[in-house]
Every structure is written in C-alpha cells, then in structure tokens.
Design a protein around this ligand. Structure first.
Ligand SMILES: Cc1cc2nc3c(=O)[nH]c(=O)nc-3n(C[C@H](O)[C@H](O)[C@H](O)COP(=O)(O)OP(=O)(O)OC[C@H]3O[C@@H](n4cnc5c(N)ncnc54)[C@H](O)[C@@H]3O)c2cc1C
Length: 510
C-alpha cells in the first residue's frame, strides 16, 4: 500500500472527455475540493475520446439526418435537432470560457470550422431533405442553411463526390458553413493538462476494480496499480463513473438500485482513411448520408475532412460491427460478465428483439475491403482502393433497459446519467450524441448530484455558460451574440475555405 493520503472529495473514474469536463466544471465551481482521477491506460483520451476512435463531428444536428424523423403525416420532426443544437451551443460557450480565461490555449488545436452537409439521392429522399431544410432553415439555430438540387452547385460544394457521377437519379444536399470538426482527443488532453496544473491527482495505469459503500456513507474504491501490481483503497464523498464502455461494470459493482436491470450492447466502429494527399485536398466538408435499412443510427455513412495530428485528412465511415468488448482495449468477456441476475431477462429480451441488428453487425464485420470500397464509391465514385486504409475506431456501448414504450430489453441510442438517490455516485452510459454534448450532460450530473449547491453555483455557471437555463431558439439576440463571440474566441471565423497547405502550416505554427 502507498502511504499517500487516500481520502478525497471527488473521484473521477476514467480520463475521457466526460471526466475531463466534469473535473474542470467542479474545479471552477469549488476550487478547494480535492479531486482524484484513476485511468487504467497510460494517457488521457485514449479510448472513445481519442481522435482516431470517433468521427470528430461537433454534433449540432446541422447534417445528421437521424436527428430529424419524418412523421406519419409527412412533416419533419425537428425537436431532437433543436435539443442537440442547443446542447452543442452549451459546449461552445464553455470551451470559449476556458480559452478566454487562459485555462486552455490554441483552440485551433482542437476545433476547426468545417461545412456540415447532408447528401441524399432518389426522389423520395430529395423531397424529405427539402422538407427538412424548410423546417430547419427558418429556425434561428439553423440560420445559414442552404439547399440545392442543382448538380452544378453541388459540383462547386463537393467536387470529389460529384465528379464522374452518372445523374440517373435526383440528388440534393444542404450545407451549413458554421459546422465544426472537433479533435476530442486533443481537447481531452488539454483539459487534463489543466487539471494537473490545478493539483488534481491524476493516476494513469490505475484500474478501478471495485466500488463499495462504507458504513460512514463514503465510497471506497479498490484500485490496482498496473505498474506495481499493488492494490490501493481510496475513499471519496462523490464518485463519477466516467469509464465510457467500462461504466456498466463499475455501476453494477456499486450495487445502487438505480443501476439494476440495465445492460449494454456494444457496437464497434471502423473508418477508412485516405492516404493520398491529392484526394484529401479535393474535399472540405463533413458530408452525411442516410443510414442503410437495418443499420443502427450511429452508422450513418459520412465522408469527412478531419484535422488530426496537425494535418488535414479524409475519413469515411463508420462501418458498424460487433465485438463483445465494451472498450476498444477491453476484454472479450465484457458482454458476458455484464449479464447479472437482475438484468438477465432484460438482456435476453434485447437479444431476441435485436436478432436482425446483431446479424447486420456481424455481416458488417465480415465485409471485405473491396465491399467497403463499394460503399465508399456511393459517395466518391472514383475512389481507388490503394488510396484507402482501414482504421479500427472506438466501441459504443448502447444502453439496454426496460421502458414503458419499448417494453423489456429496449435498446437506447442516447446517453443516460444514472445516479444514486442521494447523489453520491453517478455514471454516464451510452455514447450519443457523445462528446459534443459533454458539457450539457456533465451539468446534468452536477444538478442531479449537488442540488443543494445549485443556487450558490448558478452565477458562476452563468458566467461560464451565458445561455444556461435559457432557450437560445427563443432568444435570437442572445443566440447571435453567442454565435459571434464563440466563433471569434474559438477562431472559427475567416478561415473557411480549404487551402490545405496553409491550414497545415498554421496548425503547426501555433
Ligand atoms: C465510432 C465512434 C464515433 C463517434 N463519433 C462521435 C462524433 O462524431 N462526435 C461526438 O461528439 N461523439 C462521437 N462519439 C462518441 C464519443 O467518442 C464519446 O461519447 C466520448 O468520447 C465518451 O467519452 P467518455 O469520457 O465517456 O469515454 P472514453 O473516452 O471512452 O473514456 C473512458 C475512460 O475510462 C477508462 N476506464 C474504463 N474503465 C476503467 C476502470 N475500471 N478503471 C480505470 N479507468 C477505466 C478507459 O480506459 C477510458 O480512458 C463517437 C464514438 C465512436 C465509438
């Protein structure tokens, strides 16, 4: 056992985007609370938050068609898109606060402006996209959205996609220039660097193996030091389980009743990355298509410009797949060991209900590179196999639970905060919309777990997030002010058009 002080106020499990965000929020709200972090890998942001493990889309519902469903009467429901956009504005404000307060620097190292586009083919899809455009473009949150079904205009917007395309079907796209590419890995590392400078005790290569309640109401964690092999015990008043896909197992270990009857369904991701700089230079957007029939919503195909490792690159995917692991660096037994007596029925029901999805995912895993190239060619007709490599992305563990609407074992595609009734422990489950809405979700953790402090903390929260508690859609003036100031602070203005060499240099220089 080490002889260091093992009692702390807050323990954050996992060094991903979620723990990083919660850690900084709490540090800003109550600087004198002692915070300890345990991460089993050797660095921050190595799992789903890593830049190669997610798509880096600043999800603001500008281009993702699965956030706007067509209703039975043919109209388009934009309520989910509004919610996600508002939540993304919360992240933008918080990141701007961090930059303005010099807590992090060089925002261009984690966020870049990039047009967000939706692209569809076929008469029915084009008509849906036009209705979606009409419903969204009049809403202040989606101002600036353009629609076109003119192949010449589309050639201007997305030359790589339009070149040599046989126009046998109607085609249309929408475009919003205020979209972003976010390097969540870089952001997570920046946030942890700041936490370290604030004397937060960050322990890498430390795996949390058990969580138990002590008789005096604290939480005791059994933590294995993976270098020395020793087991340490640490206690805290509040624990956040930010273990990504690993959160379900840890929640189950805590034994809280709120964590019962919940299971997880892992969906893995694969991208194709372009290794030809001439091809990369011809594209400058995130272009989202429509999910294939039977595909889960998170496997909507998209062809994205990305800014990773100070370079512009091009990724296509994600192809969904099935692996029983709950983390990319997890165990093949993760799914099996997550089945407990209390969630057995829930898991079995989900298994029965989701046979087609599981079959789809297994088929996806079996796809050859050439088959994946065929899917890519639906976007980029001239794609050449030798220009593209396969990259394995992160695991997303979807929540399975019993719901009134869906019955036993219903698969959920959102994120969920599960917390004890007394607010002493909380876990984040699910992975969508993901890191883009981390600030909103972590504020939810704070309000659920520290209700007694909310009144006292509200002025500081409003300083960090001026729109806190306010609907931006209903306050267009505030929205305009926030759009302008966050774009200015985060450097999202005046570097719109692609000049890859210049952009690369600018990224390296700072
Ligand atoms: C293919 C894919 C595409 C995605 N695309 C997007 C996107 O475009 N935009 C977006 O906003 N989001 C996206 N997401 C979701 C986003 O990546 C996640 O929501 C986000 O990164 C989750 O952050 P986290 O901190 O909860 O988890 P993670 O980043 O996974 O971090 C959890 C950490 O906990 C550690 N850990 C786990 N168990 C233990 C333990 N027992 N002891 C100690 N440490 C432990 C892990 O090692 C890990 O470092 C995508 C995800 C995937 C997989």
């Amino acid at each position: 056992m080490s002889n260091r002080q093992n009692k702390t106020d807050v323990i954050l499990i996992g060094a991903g985007a979620m723990s990083a965000t919660l850690g900084i929020l709490l540090k800003e709200l109550v600087p004198d609370w002692k915070i300890t972090v345990f991460e089993k890998l050797s660095n921050a942001g190595e799992e789903s938050s890593n830049e190669w493990n997610n798509a880096g889309t600043g999800h603001a519902a500008l281009c993702e068609l699965n956030y706007t469903d067509e209703k039975p009467d043919g109209s388009v429901d934009i309520s989910k898109a509004i919610k996600i956009n508002e939540q993304f504005q919360v992240s933008m404000q918080f990141w701007s606060y961090l930059v303005n307060s010099n807590l992090i620097r060089n925002p261009q190292n984690f966020i870049m402006p990039l047009p967000h586009m939706s692209l569809v083919q076929g008469e029915q899809n084009v008509s849906f996209l036009e209705k979606r455009f009409e419903a969204l473009s009049t809403n202040p949150l989606f101002q600036g959205m353009e629609f076109s079904n003119d192949p010449e205009k589309l050639m201007e917007w997305i030359p790589l996609i339009m070149k040599d395309r046989t126009p046998d079907e109607p085609i249309a796209a929408t475009k919003v220039d205020s979209g972003t590419d976010v390097n969540f890995g870089a952001l997570t590392r920046m946030l942890f660097d700041h936490l370290e400078s604030e004397n937060v005790d960050i322990n890498y290569k430390h795996s949390v193996n058990d969580i138990k309640r002590t008789s005096d109401g604290l939480w005791e964690l059994k933590v294995r030091n993976l270098d020395s092999g020793t087991v340490e015990r640490h206690t805290a008043k509040f624990v956040f389980i930010g273990g990504g896909g690993g959160s379900i197992h840890l929640l189950q270990k805590s034994g809280i009743p709120e964590g019962k009857h919940i299971g997880g369904f892992p969906v893995s991701g694969i991208f194709m990355v372009c290794n030809n700089p001439d091809v990369v230079a011809q594209h400058h957007a995130k272009v989202y298509g429509k999910a294939k029939v039977g595909a889960p919503p998170m496997s909507v195909p998209h062809l994205d410009t990305r800014f990773i490792d100070n370079e512009k690159s091009l990724l296509f995917g994600p192809f969904a797949g099935f692996s029983p692991k709950f983390l990319k660096y997890g165990s093949m037994f993760d799914l099996l060991t997550s089945v407990k007596p209390d969630n057995l029925l829930t898991m079995l029901s989900a298994g029965v209900k989701n046979v087609p999805l599981t079959t789809y995912l297994i088929n996806q895993v079996m796809l050859s590179k050439e088959k994946r190239m065929e899917e890519l060619r639906e976007f980029f007709p001239n794609a050449k196999s030798e220009d593209w490599d396969i990259v394995v992305a992160g695991q997303r563990v979807q929540v399975i639970k019993d719901t009134e609407a869906g019955g036993k074992g219903t698969l959920q595609f959102g994120t969920e905060v599960v917390s004890a009734a007394d607010g002493s422990i909380a876990a984040l489950l699910g992975a969508s919309p993901g890191a883009s809405t981390a600030v909103h979700v972590m504020l939810e953790v704070i309000s659920k777990c520290f209700p007694e402090h909310m009144k006292e903390w509200e002025p500081k929260i409003k300083e960090m997030i001026p729109s806190y508690g306010v609907s931006l859609m209903e306050n267009p003036e505030l929205l305009h002010e926030i759009h302008t100031s966050t774009a200015q602070t985060l450097g999202l203005v005046d570097k719109k058009q692609a000049n890859p060499k210049r952009e690369t240099r600018m990224l390296v220089e700072v």
